[in-house]
Ligand binder design. Sequence first.
Ligand code: MG
Length: 165
Amino acid sequence: MILSKKLENAINKQINAELWSAYLYLSMSTYFESINLGGFASWMRVQAQEEVEHAMKFYNHIVERRGRVILSAIAVTQTTWKSPLHAFDEAFKHEQKVTAMIENLANIATAEKDYAATSMLKWFHDEQVEEELQTDTMVQKLKMVEKSTGALFMLDREAGKRKKE
Ligand code: MG
């Protein structure tokens, strides 16, 4: 059940992308801290932790398949956004990109007839449905509260209740 080099390289790139996602969300978290929206900051912190877990799922898959994990440099991220809506909109767009990356990995696994990788990726397809839904829901809610600071504070409090699953 040894991984092909092609799939190993693609999964290594995905590990970097997941860790970069964690970096992005942590950067968004600190942006929210800077504008005193602690609830959104906490939501983003939870999100960043989940991304590290995603990276580790891929990492473990390579190790279990007797491949070699290669950790490469994590690129810098943006540090500020125009508004809470802008940040969550970028988070949603980023998740759509991640979904496309997971689909690309699945296409490689299918072409290589790698059933174990295909099975592992199934979890990620389901997870991406959740990720897109969660970020888009926040985008839609933020659009509704755009002109009301009171409603924004309520949404911030609600976002702060998110716990790590
Ligand atoms: Mg992820």
